[in-house]
Design a binder for this molecule. Sequence first.
Ligand code: ADE
Length: 244
Amino acid sequence: MRLDIISIFPEYFAPLGVSLIGKARERGTLDVRVHQLRDWAHDVHKTVDDTPYGGGPGMVMKPEVWGEAIDDVIGDGGPRMIVPTPSGRPFTQELAQELAGEEWLLFACGRYEGIDSRVMAEYGSRLRVDEVSIGDYVLAGGEVAVLVMVEAIGRLLPGVLGNVRSAVDDSFAPGAMRNLLEGPVYTKPPVWRGHEVPEVLLSGHHGKVARWRRDQALRRTVATRPELLAEIDAETLDKHDRRL
Ligand code: ADE
């Protein structure tokens, strides 16, 4: 998968050189290219923003600079374009899965009050453009949101996770874990500071372990995110429960 990221703070993306994503890049599974937006600014100050039409606080990113940058980065190609913004559609595991199936993604990181809306209109007629939010809070810019999305998408690419089952059992994973939170996990020793590992996990009985894990996922979801559970229809819940 090819990933292009355009930002006025390319330094933000240093973490993409480490851990799973770093290794995926070394192996060639991921081709990440980070671009400095200011390289496409023409004035001596490398200006990328201006005051908003209609007045109000803050600055808006200029369309001309973005247009030249995106044109150069994509050439004749057609990546799927993602614009991080708190006003966007929610980033979910389902969207991460969908984006992991794309060959080429372009992330356009806005700062300040955002990117002039005509940029999304212009490329929306040529590319698939999604404005995406990683949660109901406001960050200082799109960079951290892109780091979040790239990590969530990258770990779903074939060969990136050491154990394919890790992604299947994840919270929110499509299938039995859709809309469920993963329950607690334990490792050795069996007793630590008086806290015991639940006995069923030491039993070696795979069926009982699977049943216990599902119960824990259901309980945790009811306790912390009841609205998620309410979205699963009864038949789907029963289907996965009958299997255990
Ligand atoms: N930029 C600022 N806040 C954001 C958010 N919550 N999600 C995505 N991009 C953002």
